[in-house]
Design a binder for this molecule. Sequence first.
Ligand SMILES: Nc1ncnc2c1ncn2[C@@H]1O[C@H](COP(=O)(O)OP(=O)(O)OP(=O)(O)O)[C@@H](O)[C@H]1O
Length: 280
Amino acid sequence: MIPKKASPTDQPAAHLRLVNDRAGDASGITLSGVSKTYRTRDGDVPSLRPLDFHINDGEFFVVVGPSGCGKSTLLKLISGLLPPTTGEVLVEGEKVTTPHGNVGIVFQNALLLPWRNILGNVMLPIDMKRLPRQEYLDRAKSLLKLVGLEGFEKKLPWQLSGGMQQRASICRALVHDPRIMLMDEPFGALDALTRERMNVELMRIQRETKKTVLLITHSIPEAVFLADRVLVMTERPGAIAAIYDVPLPRPRSLEVMADPVFTELVQRIRKHFFSQGSLD
Ligand SMILES: Nc1ncnc2c1ncn2[C@@H]1O[C@H](COP(=O)(O)OP(=O)(O)OP(=O)(O)O)[C@@H](O)[C@H]1O
C-alpha cells in the first residue's frame, strides 16, 4: 500500500472526528453536508440533497440509484471537477476544491485517443501532468500486464475489443498511482459475458493494488458482487436511501451469485426500485 502523505490539510482532524466519528482517521473519502444544485437558465436543478458518509481507505464502495438521481454528479464532486453547492468533500483528509491527483477516473466508454497506441494512451496522464516519462513507463507496462494486455502496447485502440479497451482505460486511471479509483458505469457498454469477466478482473486488480474504489452502476447484481458496501440512492434530488454491508467472503467468484446471501441482498436492494423500473 502507498503510505499516506503527510500534508498541512490533515490538520483539521477535530472536524473530521465530528463528521466521521473516527478519531484521527483522515484516510478515505468523507462527505459532510454535500449537496448540489445546478443553476441553469431555466431555473435551479436540485441534483443532490445534503449527503453525509465516509468511504474507508481500500474499500470497494458501490453506488446504485435511479437514472438522473445524481450519481455522476457525486463522482464529479469527489474528483473536484464540480464544486458542491453546500458542504465539503475530504479526500485523504484534504478538502477538495479543484481537480486533484488523488483520483483516477474510468468512464462508461474507454475514451482512448485513436492516434495513440495503447501504451501511449495509458501514459497520457503522465504526459499531461508533465511527470518524468521514464519513471512511469515500467509502471504503465506492469499495469498492462496486470490486466492481461501484455504484448498489445503498440496496438492502436481500434485493434482491441471493447473489453480490452476498457482494461487499458483502467490502466490509464491507475498509472499516476492515485489512492482512489472513481468508476462511472465502467462496463455499461460491454456485452453481458465480457462484463462479468471484467467484474472478476476488476476485483482482482483492486485486491492487488489495494485502491479505494467508488463505482457507479445500474446493475444491482453487479453492485452486490463487487462491493464491500452498497449505497442505494433515492430519486432526484438524490439522497441516501440505505447503505448495505455485503457480508460475502473474498476472493469472490461468479458462483457467489447463487449464494442465498447474495440473492437475498439483491432482492432487498431491488425493493427500493420496484416502483421505478429503472435498474437491471
Ligand atoms: N450541467 C448540468 N446542468 C444542469 N443540470 C444537470 C447538469 N448535469 C446534470 N444535471 C441534472 O442533474 C441531475 C443528476 O444528473 P446526473 O448525471 O448526476 O445523474 P445520474 O444519476 O448519473 O444519471 P444516469 O444514471 O442517467 O447517468 C439530472 O436531473 C440532470 O439532468
